[in-house]
Design a protein around this ligand. Structure first.
Ligand SMILES: O=C(O)C(=O)C[C@]1(C(=O)O)C=C[C@@H](O)C=C1
Length: 281
């Protein structure tokens, strides 16, 4: 039986490239057939997996230049039920696609906010007075380009090929080493691996409210590879903390740390224990 994989669309997004890489891995390693299902936003992609409309969702979590993809973190905290099956790390190389003959003719540049941010120095230098328009994905605006030759879009070389659009400049990301980490999520329990991801809220904004939860890992020599705060959206100055551990959730030391963490946290959500797959192109 073929399984369904949701990703941010329309076709040509980096999330789709990650989903294709995962689908190839599934067929090679497990003999599992799959097919892709594009969704208009990251929230809807996750929602589709959480409601069982699809079997898996592939979403971006973090970029090496711009940090966390906040839409993913906020939606995962809200949805509660999804578990990480696998992390995928993809190189990201942006191009400016446009039917304009030259940079001087461009008045508007469309893209996903993460992509606009990853190219902000290039945009300041080469297109300082254009209007930047955030979209749900790097491919959402590609349909406008053929009818508006004053428009450009930041997207991938793969998207340029898929939509048969001219490449005006490439690569345009501010730093050549640009990677995004994606998570593959489903309603199934996570398979285990050398990473564990979780998030928690703290009971009160008092001294030690964050130090105590972090201490449970330091005391056991468990390394944290990431910590990120997000507003609880209840009141100003209240935060949730997202943490990645370089550790297997089933190890006795990690289990005891998580039990102790639950005592210090107001709410604790474990997103799963999984391994990381590096994709080369
Ligand atoms: O819009 C896309 O193409 C996406 O897959 C989204 C996304 C992101 O949200 O980070 C994925 C990778 C890149 O970092 C830029 C955009």
């Amino acid at each position: 039986m073929s399984i369904s994989i949701a990703h941010l669309g329309p076709s040509g997004t980096y999330a789709e490239a990650a989903a294709v890489a995962y689908a190839n891995w599934l067929i090679q390693k497990k003999g599992q057939q799959s097919f892709l299902c594009p969704y208009p936003s990251i929230a809807q992609t996750l929602q589709a997996a959480a409601t069982g409309q699809v079997d898996l969702a592939v979403v971006p979590v973090e970029n090496s230049l711009e940090g966390s993809v906040t839409m993913t973190l906020d939606t995962l905290w809200r949805l509660d039920t999804l578990q990480v099956q696998q992390a995928l790390v993809l190189p990201i190389s942006h191009a400016l696609l446009s039917c304009a003959g030259s940079l001087e003719a461009i008045e508007t540049v469309y893209s996903h906010p993460q992509a606009l941010a990853q190219c902000q120095e290039w945009l300041d230098k080469f297109l300082p007075s254009v209007q930047l328009v955030p979209m749900n994905s790097t491919t959402e605006a590609l349909g406008y380009l053929e009818t508006d030759s004053t428009a450009g879009a930041i997207s991938s070389l793969r998207a340029a090929q898929l939509y048969n659009l001219p490449i005006l400049a490439s690569p345009i990301n501010d730093y050549p080493c640009n990677h995004t980490r994606f998570w593959v999520l489903s309603l199934q329990p996570s398979p285990g691996g050398d990473r564990t991801s979780l998030a928690f809220s703290v009971p009160a904004n008092v001294p030690g409210a964050l130090a105590k939860p972090l201490q449970v890992f330091a005391e056991r020599n468990i390394n944290l590879s990431r910590i990120e705060s997000r507003p609880t959206k209840r009141s100003l100055g209240e935060y949730l903390f997202f943490i990645d551990l370089e550790a297997e959730a089933n190890e006795p030391l990690v289990k005891s740390a998580l039990t102790e963490l639950a005592d210090h946290a107001e709410t604790l959500k474990i997103f799963g224990c999984y391994s990381i797959l590096n994709i080369d192109s």
